[in-house]
Design a protein around this ligand. Structure first.
Ligand SMILES: [Zn+2]
Length: 54
């Protein structure tokens, strides 16, 4: 069974409070750069821009 090398779990962090959100399964082939995406932050209790950690 071949593993898909392009799929990788990356940690995202809320840009407003800095809380770590659940990892996303990113396809590195489609998104080689750092991603910014809107996610629900349980700390802010709203949707915020989450940035990829590191
Ligand atoms: Zn937050």
């Amino acid at each position: 069974m071949a593993k898909n090398e392009n799929r990788q779990y990356v940690t995202t962090r809320c840009s407003e409070c800095g809380k770590e959100l659940r990892p996303i399964n990113k396809n590195k082939k489609n998104h080689p750069e750092k991603m910014e995406l809107k996610r629900y932050c349980s700390n802010c209790r709203k949707h915020t821009v989450a940035k990829e950690k590191k």
